[in-house]
Design a protein around this ligand. Structure first.
Ligand code: SER
Length: 601
């Protein structure tokens, strides 16, 4: 099955079950300082899983762009991607296990849908522990759905399985519990679905095969999470206000699985599906080498290039920090892997970026920026090549200390593999020691980044969010030009607002903007929201985030009669709660774009 067909089938199926289609949110989370990129379909929905009403209702389905970089070093095997698409359906306090499992099964075996042979489907459920009991309810529902197609599904023992009778296996938190994404947030037990490829078990992975065995016989393809708990800062798990369903099916994996079933190929390999094949072919042509013999490099390059195109199209630029650093690393790892298969020429990037855009442009119109993406990538590649040339000068005899290699990696993203490949010699043990120390420190750093939970709803952030709306409208009132929001980032200390404007603001203009915001704070205006169609919102001149796709029904927040903006919230109730608004800095953030930092005192 082709990817476009799977996306359509999934959405059509759930729309036929009264779900509303929700367009993918950006890879860059809006107003969420706690995560760098959207890691799962549920991330843009956290506040709704917690109980806030969603403008589109209680049943949603989407194809969400996701990015995970925690195991970037693992990319190159069959299952690790940085960028991927996640198909998902949600119940926000509406249906629960029965409907979720029945619909999953209907979609899996239905002739119009995935049409898998039900005999090949195996499932896992949560075994129970101190936080939640064994999921007997899901076991019972699975037995009922299998019975409908004449299959007696017994519960198996994973240490002594008999796959002729047993189809349901229980595991603990590691396998059958999902979330929260950060330290705190919604989470719950899940039930996962596997396809039995029938591949002989490899004893290397243990005496017996079972669904979560890593030998490759069972291929996991869908996860229904019963998000009914909340994990707090003290690791306490308590029931949420409502019982939700969050399902996630990796598009790449399922396209690969359907190709494997339909075309009898050796393994389900996402890189041989329509999502990647044109890039793989290009790599074969340009390198004169074969994918089958160079899988790790071919996969790393195609995975990273695809991620790079999507990240740039969502507004990120290479830099030394946060998102920009991840983008930089992805580009540099691509350069490294290309050199490992002998591709050095700059034209390759244009050809490959064009291919990625061609593959995805019908599903993601925001990719329509070939020139811009190409220029950013080429510029970054050139910077990296320059550093590599400098290293050559630094060590003409090709000898480096472990310390030097470490510094090159952490400050310039030059990987030790790249240096090794270019014939540099260095002390591996000294390097490893430094690397381990560094990983510890950066893990701590990441922990801190996530420590507020997935969405920071602290009162500081909420106030600054309302202040952002006041600032947006004040800029429009004072500057009168074509002001469009192009970015927003809030943490507990400050807001940062990016907008289109062709020159720097004068002192006087900044003062007037600041005064207007403070005037609106003093007026103690009420903040309200209403839910309406996007069309109505436009007719009412509600401001919207330029470049963002919105669902057909949206929330519109108004602040008195002063500002009206399409936004998910949350906000304070009255502007009087904000305190004094102070602009700290105004600067350029790219051609035709300005950035303002401001605080509330
Ligand atoms: N949140 C779950 C996942 O990301 C299901 O969508 O796998």
């Amino acid at each position: 099955m082709k990817s476009n067909s799977l996306r359509k089938k999934f959405i059509n199926f759930f729309v036929s079950k009264n779900h509303k289609y929700l367009p993918s949110a950006s890879l860059v989370p809006e107003d969420d300082p706690t995560i760098l990129f959207t890691p799962a379909g549920m991330s843009p929905l956290v506040r709704y899983l917690m109980g806030e009403p969603h403008p589109l209702g209680e049943r949603l389905c989407s194809v969400q762009k996701c990015l995970r970089t925690d195991d970037i070093q693992e990319v190159g095997d069959l299952t690790h991607f940085t960028f991927f698409e996640m198909l998902g359906n949600w119940s926000l306090g509406d249906y629960f296990k029965k409907e979720a499992i029945n619909w999953s099964f209907e979609f899996i075996i239905g002739k119009k849908w995935l049409a898998f042979n039900p005999k090949k489907v195996y499932v896992t459920v949560f075994a129970g522990d101190k936080d939640a009991s064994k999921d007997n309810e899901s076991i019972k529902i699975w037995q009922e759905v299998f019975a409908k197609v004449g299959i007696k599904a017994e519960v198996g023992d994973k240490d002594k399985p008999d796959f002729t009778r047993e189809r349901i296996f229980c595991y603990g938190k590691k396998e059958n519990w999902w979330g929260p994404v950060g330290k705190t947030g919604p989470c719950g037990p899940d039930t996962e679905m596997f396809y039995d490829t029938g591949k002989p078990h490899d004893q290397k992975y243990g005496p017996h095969c079972h669904p979560n065995c890593e030998c490759g016989r069972f291929f996991e393809f869908w996860n229904d999470v019963f998000m009914q708990y909340y994990k707090d800062n003290n690791s306490n798990i308590t029931p949420l206000k409502q019982k939700n369903v969050d399902t996630g099916m990796g598009l790449e994996r399922v396209v690969a699985l359907t190709e494997y079933i339909e075309n009898n190929v050796k393994n389900p390999d996402p890189f041989l599906t329509d999502l990647f094949i044109d890039i793989i072919k290009l790599l074969e042509e340009e390198s004169g080498q074969n994918y089958q013999e160079n899988k790790a490099n071919f996969r790393t390059i195609s995975d990273h290039l695809r991620a790079v195109v999507f990240i740039i199209s969502d507004g990120v630029r290479p830099s030394n920090k946060d998102r920009g650093y991840i983008l930089r690393r992805l580009i540099r790892r691509t350069v490294d892997s290309l050199s490992f298969i002998g591709i050095y020429k700059q034209e390759f990037y244009s050809l490959a970026i064009k291919k990625v855009i061609d593959i995805y442009s019908s599903a993601y119109t925001e990719l329509d920026k070939f020139q811009e993406i190409k220029n950013i990538v080429l510029d970054e590649v050139e910077k990296y090549l320059k550093i590599l040339r400098q290293i050559k000068k630094l060590a003409p005899e090709k000898k480096l200390t472990g310390e030097q290699v470490f510094t090159l990696f952490t400050t310039h993203g030059v990987s030790p593999e790249q240096l090794r490949d270019q014939g540099y010699k260095f002390d591996n043990l000294a390097l490893e020691k430094k690397m381990k120390e560094h990983q510890k420190v950066s893990k701590k750093g990441m922990g801190q980044k996530f420590s507020g939970g997935l969405q920071d709803h602290s009162s500081e952030v909420v106030k600054l969010h309302t202040a952002t709306h006041l600032l947006h409208q004040s800029l429009r009132s004072i500057l009168k030009g074509n002001i469009q929001q192009v970015g927003s980032n809030i943490n507990r200390e400050r807001l940062r607002f990016d907008f289109t404007f062709s020159r720097s603001l004068t002192k006087n203009e900044l003062k007037k903007v600041e005064e207007l915001v403070n005037k609106k704070i003093e007026e103690n205006l009420e903040i309200k929201f209403s839910i309406m169609s996007l069309k109505q919102a436009r007719e009412q001149n509600a401001l919207a985030f330029f470049g963002q796709k919105y669902p057909e029904k949206v929330k519109v927040y108004s602040i008195g009669n002063f500002s009206k903006e399409v936004c998910g919230g949350p906000h304070v109730d009255f502007t009087g709660e904000l305190g004094k608004f102070i602009i700290k800095k105004e600067e350029s953030c790219g051609a035709g774009k300005r950035r303002i930092y401001a605080i509330l005192a």
